[in-house]
Structure formats: C-alpha cells, structure tokens
Design a protein around this ligand. Structure first.
Ligand SMILES: [Zn+2]
Length: 426
C-alpha cells in the first residue's frame, strides 16, 4: 500500500483534537524522497487473523458514561469522536451490545479491518525493537556505561521472559537501596503499542549519550532512575510473531475458558474491575480473575513497593496524544489539594512540551485498575500515563524519532521535579 494513499485514508479516521499533529507528520514523511517505499502486502498476509473473532466497530457514545459502559461491555476503545467511539470487540460481546442499548454504526471482522488499515509490515518496521533486540540494546547501554548503570529484572512474564529494567544511578547498583529520589519509566503494558517501547529505550539512550552535559549530569548525580521498556514482553512478541501484526493488547495468560490474555492495565489493585473493564476472559479489557493475578503486574507492584524513594512514574502507551493522571478508576479528581496541584502542574507542563492534551484520566472514561491510580493510591507516587501520538498502533518507523524527541523532553521535565514534586504546590 502506498503511504501517501494511506495517509489520506487515515485522515478520515483521525479523531479531531487527538491525532491531527501525528497525521501532519505522517503526511510530511510520506512526501519525503528519503523515505523507502513501503512493502506491498503479500498474498496470505492476513491469514494470521483468519481465526480471530474480534470485530472493528463504531458505536454511538455521547459522553464518558457511555464510553465507560462500553469498556465494561468488552469494547476495547481505540479512537474517540464526539458522538461515537471505535475499537475492537469480541463477536460474543458484539452480539449483546444492542440489548444493552448501544447502537453500532459500522462493523467489520478484524481481518477485513487489517486489509484496509495496515500501514507497514513488520519488515518495513525494522527500526522497532522486538524482545531480543530490546534486551540487546539494554545490555549494550549497560556495557558501555558501567559506571552509571546496572541492569535488573523486575520479574518474569507468564511465558518466562524477564522484565528488564535499566537503572541509571552511579552511586548504587542492582537492588541496592538508595536515598535519592527515584523516577520510574515504563513502556509496553499493551503488546501492540510498540512505539511505547521505543520511547523508553530512546530515553535511556539519550540520558547515557549526554551524561556529561550539565542537565543530565545533575540528574545522574542526584536521582535514582529506572527504565523498563517492555512490561508485557509476551504480548509484544505475540503481536509480531507471525511476521504480521495481530493487534494484540493483553498478556499471554491462558484463561479458564481457554481464551488467552489479561489486560495488564486493568489488573492493578485499585478499585479493581469496578468500572471500565470486563470480567469476560475473551474481552480485550479483561481485568483478570483477581487484582494482581498476573506476574507482570506483580513484578511492577513488588518493584514499586520495594522502592520507597519513588516519587514520579511514567507509563507510556499509544495512541491518542494525551497526558493522563488520577483518577482513572472513579469519576472524581484527586481529593488532596496539594497532590492535585502537583498532578495538574506536571500534566500541564508535559502537555506543553509534547503538544499532547493533559487531563485527569476519567475525563476520557472511567477505567479502574490502571498503573497510575494504584501507584498513587498505594504509595503516593505522582504517576502519569502518556498516550503517545499517531493514528494507528503501527504508525511506521518515521514516528519513532518525533515521538522520542518530544517525550524525552517531557521526561527531562519529570526528572527536574522528581527531587521535590511538592515544590509545584507552593
Ligand atoms: Zn495501552
């Protein structure tokens, strides 16, 4: 498929106010003579989705209450417009939407959706890092910067992959405790959101390449920085394992009904599964059989709990161009006025830097059990979610440089306030 034609097609999909900046970049990239021609789809390229019973649908939804109800009905909301939302839903859940009062305006099997909307094939996205390449890059950074870094595993995934985390702190290595204020950056809770892995990796590479420059040097001398690019390595690998994308969001847990996958960003123990999540194992928003039922979320929980010095946290997702903060799981703002000021202030600053829209997560829809709510509620961490830019989960390799550039700047801002977040509430 020609990138220029697809850019035009994508403009029809783009939600106003959410995706326009990314679309502009895509157009610019498509017009650049330096861009290699995208690969043509091959015969049988979509066969790996033939047995996938999900549909891409658009459903009328006027407000966040409608959207929350749709999440609970099993819809995995991907795009928002003023009067409706679009996303993936299991056939069984789709069949029940009308009885629940929802009006579906378009529907197509995921294999058909893929034919129309896939931009690049993994071969054309070679700039993205798979699991092995991510581990190799983390090892390279650690090996080339032995005085500043150490590599730790936060735990193992369902399929036994390590959740690697690069620690940037010249004073303490490995699991040694530190009295320095800590910042924690995470990527890829959701398998198909590969750009989030790239942003976390890009941040690590940036800090170490500029470790002698005054601003970065200051953070290396005063902070304890952790970067874990792949929180859901199994899901990310499964998404690309066939050589073609599978739009896979969840982890790779085999559920009781033989379906697989739990939505890790609905599995944290904060008002778990009380809103915006599904108890149906087949649903893309399945919250799991219990809070913290999954080894990946357990690993994050144990890491956060063990690091009392943690002040700030950023979890990268894609896509919508948003900076989100608590509460996500209830329709309310953070009650503590001082904390609220810090969240508002940090959100606004990072929104200005990235061009993304800052807001409390529940303004979008109420969805309980996410990383940010839990880290703030349980440990008082100023925890954010960034929905990166783009008009697709597979925005192409050209998006990496722009997304990393903006989000590294926002991360540097986060590091600049990590020593004293409450300084923003004075
Ligand atoms: Zn996500």
């Amino acid at each position: 498929m020609k990138a220029r034609l697809l850019a035009t097609a994508l403009s029809l999909l783009a939600a106003p106010g959410f995706c326009s900046p990314a679309f502009d970049q895509l157009s610019a990239a498509a017009g650049s003579p330096a861009m290699p021609a995208p690969a043509e789809p091959q015969a049988g390229a979509f066969d790996q989705l033939a047995g996938d019973t999900r549909y891409w649908v658009s459903v009328g939804a006027e407000d966040k209450y409608d959207r929350t109800g749709l999440l609970e009905a099993g819809l995995d909301i991907v795009e928002l417009k003023p009067a409706y939302v679009s996303g993936f839903i299991e056939k069984n859940d789709l069949d029940q939407l009308a009885a629940k009062g929802y009006i579906t305006t378009t529907r197509q099997p995921i294999a058909e959706y893929a034919k129309k909307h896939l931009k690049d094939f993994p071969a054309a996205d070679a700039a993205y890092h798979n699991y092995d390449e991510t581990v190799a890059e983390l090892r390279r950074l650690a090996a080339e910067n032995p005085a500043e870094t150490s590599l730790i595993s936060l735990g193992k995934s369902v399929q036994g992959r390590d959740l690697w985390c690069l620690r940037v702190n010249p004073a303490e290595k490995g699991e040694n405790p530190s009295a320095r204020p800590a910042a924690f950056f995470m990527g890829n809770h959701h398998g198909r959101e590969h750009l989030s892995n790239e942003v976390a990796l890009g941040l690590a590479a940036y800090l170490l390449a500029r470790k002698a420059e005054p601003e970065v040097k200051k953070y290396l001398e005063t902070l304890d920085i952790y970067i874990a690019p792949l929180t859901n390595p199994d899901g990310a690998e499964y998404d690309i394992a066939s050589g073609k994308y599978r739009w896979h969001r969840k982890n790779m847990r085999v559920n009781a009904d033989k379906s697989f996958g739990v939505d890790l960003n609905r599995n944290y123990d904060s008002r778990w599964c009380s809103a915006g999540a599904s108890h149906s194992p087949q649903a893309d928003t399945y919250c799991g059989p219990a809070a913290f039922s999954e080894p990946e979320t357990q690993a994050v929980r144990d890491f956060v709990t063990a690091h009392a010095n943690l002040k700030t946290l950023m979890s990268y997702h894609s896509y919508s161009s948003l900076i989100l903060y608590p509460w996500a799981g209830k329709d309310a703002q953070v009650e503590n006025e001082r904390d609220r000021k810090v969240f508002d202030s940090m959100g606004k600053a990072m929104g200005t830097i990235t061009g993304y829209k800052p807001q409390k997560a529940s303004d979008l829809y109420v969805a309980a059990g996410d990383t940010g709510d839990w880290a703030y509620e349980a440990r008082g961490v100023f925890a954010f979610t960034t929905e990166l830019e783009g008009t697709s989960f597979y925005p192409g390799a050209a998006m990496i440089t722009t997304a990393v550039g903006k989000n590294v700047k926002a991360a540097l801002y986060m590091l600049s306030v990590t020593a004293d977040p409450y300084g923003l509430a004075l």
